[in-house]
Ligand binder design. Structure first.
Ligand SMILES: [Zn+2]
Length: 271
């Protein structure tokens, strides 16, 4: 984290009473992974004397929700405001309090209650109604706010044991650091935005210009996959990031088509 980010995150952890003599400064990005039984207040913040919830404790870091459909629907729905605005407002009779909550949401879920839907080796034992009910616990509007949907198939033995050279995590980290640096430079004079994910409509116009080919790709995807206007903005932002990681100034059609591919759930689960 930058010094400013570390100070902000430290303040939140201090208000929550997480700091003591041994740990008095939060210098590393927080990683929070609350259990799915967490209450709305635990997730969002609140109480008689409002304290920050997980969305604020994860400020400038990662909020990981494992088994996403197991979380209470009400808790997931109230996350929409902090996801959109980067802050959460808690209203009480005495007044209202606002805590920052700019976190990266990472969530995991099974394809169905038994976990084998779509598996080539094992049979799924769930009825279509059970599968549908399970998936519908995640609403369309929440899903719209998640940029990358990635299906992770079961790993075969030959892949686990393979000695094929893959990019190691040190190289990946360097590539990401370069991408983040580009974003810092892009938004250097901007006080409210520091990364592509937080671009406003004005930023999208300035930094996400598309060629006619790329525009065609998005138009077809919007129609065929029945994507929302919000999903459209997300595709533009993700395309910008893919182009940054590819060290390109202009967004190319391949960057756009890769970004469209990350919206798997829009087309497989909710249509
Ligand atoms: Zn199943």
């Amino acid at each position: 984290m930058s010094l400013d980010e570390a100070i902000e995150t430290t303040k939140i952890h201090s208000i929550a009473g997480f700091l003591d003599g041994e740990k008095s400064f939060v210098a590393r990005r927080p990683f929070r992974s609350p259990h799915h039984t967490i209450s709305d207040i635990g997730l969002l913040g609140g109480g008689a004397f409002p304290t920050p919830g997980e969305v604020s404790l994860a400020h400038n870091g990662v909020l990981f929700l494992d088994e996403l459909p197991e979380f209470k629907r009400s808790a997931l729905e109230v996350m929409r405001q902090p996801l959109e605005d980067g802050k959460v407002t808690i209203s009480r009779a005495a007044g209202s309090l606002t805590f920052p909550s700019e976190f990266m949401l990472v969530a995991a879920m099974n394809p169905c209650p038994c976990g084998y839907f779509g598996d080539l080796k094992r049979e799924c034992r769930c009825s279509p109604v059970q599968v549908q009910r399970y998936r519908q616990r995640i609403s369309g509007p929440l899903l719209d706010r998640i940029d990358l949907h990635i299906e992770v198939p079961a790993v075969e033995y030959r892949d686990v044991s393979s000695e094929r050279a893959e990019e190691n995590s040190t190289a990946t980290r360097e590539r990401i650091a370069c991408g983040r640096q580009k974003q810092h430079e892009r938004f250097a004079r901007d006080t409210k935005t520091n990364c592509n994910a937080r671009m406003t409509t004005r930023h999208l116009k300035a930094h996400c210009k598309l060629s006619a080919d790329s525009q065609d790709l998005i138009r077809v995807a919007m129609t065929e996959l029945n994507l929302s206007a919000r999903a459209y903005d997300r595709i533009l932002k993700v395309s910008r990031t893919i182009a940054d990681l590819d060290d390109k100034i202009d967004i190319a059609p391949e960057h756009v088509s890769e970004a469209i591919q990350y919206r798997t759930f829009d087309r497989t689960l909710w249509i």
